[in-house]
Design a binder for this molecule. Structure first.
Ligand code: ACO
Length: 332
């Protein structure tokens, strides 16, 4: 099947910087613990003037500018987010409105932090049909809205931000490997709070799909150690499988852009792949874990800083709630 051409990328990061030290005033933690255990130093937090749709639209505008494409030339807008501002319409439709992309159709996909890998794969499949010529893929997240600030093991991990890519079809090499692991699905979730509503028995116990679901109350609940183990298995597997489909080895990749959840996860995954950490783009120190935006921000940094050049073989690889995981390998 055809590959993709990345015409341009862009990003939006909120101005507000939250340091490790800032968390010491709300939970029992310290800069040293957070830095050593995660590789994070700071992250950005959006305020109410920067909703998820807005960050996504700003990143999209930036990517369109870089690509030299007008919003009216976009055929499809594909958004990945776990933190939409609205139940409906989709964040993609809100961004379409803000950008004035009047000729596009728009929808969201929900695959948590693996978003970019899934979105690129889906975009590539649409682009293989003749009626979609230009796709705007946007990942936009405001994790600060679904974080439990009383839970020191999770609240220090997350940040906000958005990034985007403009894609068109090309004959370049492309492969993907996408999976979801049902055994680990209970390890990471954020459940919508239950409302009291008229006419029904509001005392009926909530039928839970995950144990202790009521703990969530709209915030992330995570079994950090088990997610860690899963991630260090899933990331190398996805890279290897995606490479196999192109008959290349991970060693032939020029750069890997992983989901930025924990520096130690990235380090272990690279060791398992027998690759030096330098083959990886890491920005976790500055932005923390921005869920699906993390690979997208990484890609934009690599493009703008010249860390990848045309013809390079690049791999995006991620994992997240679901538990989803996946990788795309593509010729830039
Ligand atoms: N500050 C100080 N101490 C802490 C903190 C903190 N912020 N958080 C936990 N601790 C303590 C624990 O209470 C525990 O103390 P104890 O030994 O007295 O019980 C000790 O530190 C060790 O805790 P662990 O959970 O074993 O620490 P670990 O080294 O596993 O690090 C972490 C925890 C960072 C969450 C790690 O497990 C991890 O990164 N897991 C994967 C998370 C992940 O990848 N999430 C991504 C998916 S979600 C998404 O991307 C949106």
């Amino acid at each position: 099947m055809n590959g993709i051409d990345i015409l341009g990328t862009g990003r939006y990061l909120p101005e507000k910087v939250v340091t490790n030290g800032d968390f010491t005033s709300i939970v029992d933690t310290c800069d040293e613990w957070i830095g050593t255990r995660t590789g994070m130093k700071k992250r950005r937090f959006a305020d109410n003037s920067e909703p998820v749709w807005y960050m996504g639209a700003m990143a999209g505008e930036d990517a369109l500018k870089a690509a030299g494409i007008r919003a009216s030339d976009v055929d499809m807008i594909l958004v990945t987010t776990v933190t939409p501002d609205f139940y409906t319409p989709s964040t993609a439709c809100q961004i379409q409105l803000k950008l004035g992309a009047k000729n596009a159709f728009a929808f969201d996909i929900s695959v948590a932090c693996s978003g970019v890998a899934y979105a690129f794969d889906m975009a590539r499949r649409y682009l293989a049909c003749d009626d979609v010529k230009t796709v705007l893929v946007i990942s936009t997240e405001r994790l600060s809205q679904i974080t439990n600030y009383k839970d020191r093991s999770t609240c220090i991990l997350f940040g906000d931000g958005a990034a985007a890519s403009v894609l068109q079809a090309s004959g370049k090499r492309f492969s993907s490997y996408l999976k979801s692991d049902l055994d680990g699905s209970h390890l990471l979730f954020a459940a919508r709070p239950v409302r009291e509503i008229p006419f029904v028995d509001n005392t009926a116990p909530v039928r839970e799909i995950f144990p202790e679901q009521e703990k969530s109350n709209g915030c992330i609940v995570m079994g950090g150690n088990d997610v860690y183990k899963f991630a260090t298995r899933a990331m190398p597997e996805a890279v290897v499988k995606a490479c196999e489909k192109l008959n290349i080895t991970p060693g032939e990749l020029d750069l890997i852009i992983p989901h930025q959840a924990n520096y130690r996860i990235i380090e272990t995954a690279m060791k398992k792949l027998l690759l030096p950490i330098e083959k990886c783009h890491v920005n976790i120190r500055d932005y923390g874990n921005t869920s699906s935006a993390s690979m997208a921000i990484g890609l934009d940094e690599c493009v703008r800083e010249g860390l990848i050049k045309r013809g390079d073989m690049v791999c995006v690889v991620g994992f997240g709630a679901g538990l989803t995981y996946g990788a795309c390998v593509f010729e830039y």
